[in-house]
Design a protein around this ligand. Structure first.
Ligand code: BGC
Length: 582
């Protein structure tokens, strides 16, 4: 009976997703050192970073003028959101020419200068490859929709009207959530998982794939150092177009992600392109299970090298708050599963989610600064490559627009139209957007307290957060207690501590609802991280198994001294502490 129970538990834990990681952990091969594992990546949203010509839109010359700022952060790589030609239906994620620079952002000469300027400062450059779809203004699509016999027709997915209505497919951005758009010229529907201006590319077509690979080589031959693969988990479609069960859109990644030929395409891309360069490749989205993520990034599979999974991002979307235990469990589960094999990106924010301090922290005037430093500590002390979103180093928070007219994001605008059409409560819709809209992270970078936070001399494409008077680079560069100073110190600590990059992670007291406590250990080196996520003071008893006899404080987001007395540490609200244990 005991044996049976044991087997049942093993069986259950395997199918609940734990078994895979256990099994992988028995594999004793350590993670091989790689430059991209040791890098701190800074995500830079070009549209909102710095405008050089007064048109209200950030540009490449603007970034060039701030290269020394980037250097001062101590980061190793910059990931730029798309900079290619685009009509900007989805802020550059709708590309009309993959080999050219968006007019508002500048020219190819500006790009070359930017790349050289970054490299001169030892900073690498990662570009965003949007390969699931193009813009409907791309020449391929213009050709494709001109006639059914056009040679480019097969670059996209079409459904001829004589076959009747297409099998329903969900669209993330469409007002009616309908991913099929009727095109009268050729009496057919085309597929768009995102907006109507973002038709999905047909990856089943080898010709299209080869064109894409050539385009990737064009950029890699210029010397860029990495690729972020936008929405790549969706490229391979089930072209039998079978019907999905009712409500499938609630579990969309299961239906859209990891399509039948995805691995075949990735292996082909790896052989033809990736393997020829020493670059970092990041999969945006990593399927819906740990196994999916492993299948994308394990070294022996020769596909991509880092997974950017969504489980943590999916926590904390409720304005009423979230459970810290959920966050701890998600971080711990993924860490365990990737302890020996594969590699993860670590992040709490990007251009698709709200500001980290508003989402996972406490953005009240009293606690915003502490909270921001605490979250920075978390990102910089986890195993995996940190991806840190621009502006978070200043403690920038959600703008929380009151009026729909202030929003610029197609996702929010179309969701509003849809809510209105369905007669939903628009006040509660607007309240929710203050918390979740992507525009919250897209507001202009706050350089100083002059007009428009020093971002532009013109009218910014999206409003500046009014807190720029106090939350900005100029003020924070002069204040040793600022979030910016703290960020730089944290980056420097990470860069000088292999234990923070490669060390084993062990979590303690996982059910504690207020405190996140873990150690990192690598050879003889050991660090302890204690994070009080709550707004109350706590006397926190450390786990007996943690040897603190030689503990000394490395990072503290309060000025007051922190000590461990009788195996207990007194934590102030939102306090973050990092100790060296030996
Ligand atoms: C990007 C989004 C974009 C979408 C469509 C995402 O994963 O990060 O900003 O809207 O892909 O390209």
């Amino acid at each position: 009976m005991r044996n049976f129970t044991f087997l049942l538990l093993v069986y259950l834990s395997f199918f609940l997703g734990e078994g895979y990681s256990q099994q992988k952990n028995n594999d004793k091969r350590e993670n091989k050192p790689m430059w991209w594992k040791e890098a701190v990546v800074y995500q830079l949203y070009p549209r909102s970073f710095k405008d050089s010509d007064g048109d209200g839109v950030g540009d490449l010359k603007g970034i060039i003028s701030k290269l020394d700022y980037l250097k001062s952060l101590g980061i190793d790589a910059v990931w730029l959101n798309p900079i290619f030609s685009s009509p900007n239906d989805d802020n550059g994620y709708d590309i009309s020419d993959y080999r050219n620079i968006m007019k508002e952002f500048g020219t190819m000469n500006d790009f070359d200068e930017l790349l050289a300027g970054l490299h001169k400062r030892n900073i690498k450059l990662v570009l965003d490859m949007v390969l699931n779809h193009s813009s409907d203004e791309h020449e391929w699509f213009k050709q494709a929709k001109s006639s059914r016999s056009n040679p480019y027709r097969n670059y996209y997915h079409w459904w001829p009207e004589e076959k009747g209505k297409p099998t329903p497919r969900y669209s993330f951005f469409d007002v009616n959530s309908d991913a099929w758009k009727y095109d009268a010229t050729t009496k057919s529907y085309y597929l768009h998982y995102f907006s109507q201006k973002q038709p999905d590319l047909n990856w089943e077509n080898e010709k299209l794939r080869n064109e894409v690979y050539d385009m990737m080589k064009f950029w890699l031959d210029k010397g860029i150092d990495g690729l972020r693969m936008d929405a790549f988990q969706y490229v391979s479609k089930d072209t039998t177009w079978k019907k999905y069960p009712l409500g499938y859109e609630k579990d969309i990644i299961k239906y859209y992600g990891m399509g039948p030929n995805l691995h075949q395409y990735l292996k082909e891309m790896n052989t033809k392109v990736i393997s020829k360069y020493n670059i970092m490749t990041v999969a945006e989205g990593a399927g819906s299970t740990l196994e999916d993520a492993h299948s994308l990034v394990d070294e022996d599979r020769q596909e991509l090298n880092m997974a950017y999974h969504f489980e943590i991002m999916d926590i904390g979307n409720d304005p009423k708050g979230y459970q810290l235990t959920d966050l701890k469990k998600a971080f711990s589960k993924w860490d365990q599963a990737f302890a020996k094999k594969g590699w993860l990106a670590i992040f709490l924010a990007n251009h698709d989610v709200p500001r980290m301090v508003s989402k996972y922290g406490n953005d009240s005037p009293e606690f915003r600064r502490f909270s921001s430093k605490l979250l920075t500590t978390l990102i910089m002390t986890m195993r995996g490559t940190p991806f840190y979103f621009n502006g978070d180093e200043l403690g920038m928070s959600n703008i929380k627009f009151d009026k729909i007219e202030d929003y610029r994001d197609i996702a929010t605008i179309n969701a509003y139209k849809s809510a209105k059409a369905k007669g939903e409560n628009l006040d509660s819709f607007m309240d929710k957007q203050k918390f979740i809209s992507r525009d919250n992270t897209r507001t202009p970078f706050q350089w100083n307290n002059s007009l428009n936070a020093g971002f532009t001399t013109g009218t910014p494409w999206i409003k500046v957060n009014p807190n720029y008077k106090t939350v900005n680079v100029a003020v924070e560069e002069k204040d040793p207690e600022s979030e910016l100073f703290y960020f730089k110190k944290m980056v420097a600590l990470r860069k000088s501590s292999p234990v923070l990059v490669y060390g084993d992670y062990e979590v303690f007291d996982i059910e504690n609802p207020d405190v996140y406590c873990y150690t990192r250990m690598h050879g003889a080196a050991k660090m302890l991280v204690v994070l009080n996520f709550s707004a109350k003071s706590i006397s926190y008893p450390l786990d007996k198994g943690i040897n603190t006899t030689e503990a000394r404080v490395l990072m503290n987001n309060y000025k007051t001294q922190a000590t461990i007395l009788n195996h207990q540490v007194d934590l102030k609200p939102l306090q973050a502490l990092v100790f060296q244990l030996n």
